[in-house]
Design a protein. Structure first.
Length: 262
């Protein structure tokens, strides 16, 4: 989950962003502040991955907030400026202070979501994971889940997505699905390994019951035959990760054979 904090004095605009962000299963709206003096405290409290920051706010403007952030140390999120002002000197100063993206108002909320994912990918790259490749994996997983009919409103959808992403980047997770993979997914969503396992099982049961049987048979022919029922959680994760991995490898021969995070 990409944790989003918004700092903007336009309350109606912040509400619009919150509503739109909540439609994306990979994003979590963790808070909003309307005063520049409150930003650092909110960052310390919520540990966001991405800060959406307006330049014009009461008491301390966006540039002053960036100066405070640079001096404070500690957790520093990626920062996206949202502003109606695009003078060269403002953009240059914001860049000097470590802004990762400068988004000019007005903009569409769909564009904002795309830019959030791009900026968040910088964290993955800096932490040793190829952000662009990670995003490709995510997009292919979403594509296949849509094709076979994994219900996106189920918690198991999110847990499955994270589990397949982990296996795509390091297939050693498959050697300990119950002891290692489920607990790691649970840690990322603040829930238990048991809850992860049950939610994934329920999502797969609904997929095999109400999903696109033609696509299921095409991708999982060995487990979609009459009498065999749905695959186990671990076999589904392994098969989907392999399908996605081979897709990406076919598109780019530069993909190393696993442990992509190293």
């Amino acid at each position: 989950m990409i944790r989003i904090l918004v700092a903007d004095d336009n309350k109606g605009f912040c509400t619009m962003i919150e509503t739109y962000v909540q439609r994306d299963e990979t994003l979590e709206f963790v808070g909003v502040v309307h005063d520049g003096t409150q930003v650092l405290e909110a960052i310390a409290e919520h540990s966001p991955d991405v800060l959406l920051l307006d330049l014009v706010m009461p008491n301390r403007d966006g540039l002053e907030v960036l100066e405070d952030l640079a001096a404070a140390g500690g957790h520093r999120p990626k920062v996206m400026i949202m502003s109606a002002f695009g003078q060269d000197e403002l953009v240059a100063r914001a860049t000097e202070l470590g802004v990762n993206y400068y988004l000019m108002k007005p903009f569409s909320l769909s564009t904002l979501i795309k830019r959030i994912h791009q900026v968040a990918a910088l964290n993955m790259a800096e932490n040793g994971t190829n952000g662009k490749l990670y995003q490709q994996f995510y997009e292919r997983i979403s594509f296949y889940f849509g094709r076979i009919g994994v219900p996106p409103h189920y918690k198991g959808y999110r847990y499955l997505t994270e589990a397949v992403l982990l296996v795509c980047t390091d297939n050693s997770w498959l050697t300990g699905v119950t002891k290692h993979l489920y607990p790691e997914v649970g840690r990322r969503f603040s829930t238990s390994a048991g809850q992860v396992e049950r939610a994934i099982r329920h999502a797969l049961e609904m997929t095999w019951e109400k999903g696109n049987i033609t696509e299921i048979e095409r991708l999982f022919h060995y487990s979609a035959e009459i009498g065999k029922g749905k695959p186990t959680n671990s076999s589904f994760i392994a098969k989907m990760a392999d399908i996605v991995y081979m897709d990406i490898q076919g598109a780019s021969h530069a993909v190393p054979r696993r442990r992509l995070g190293q």
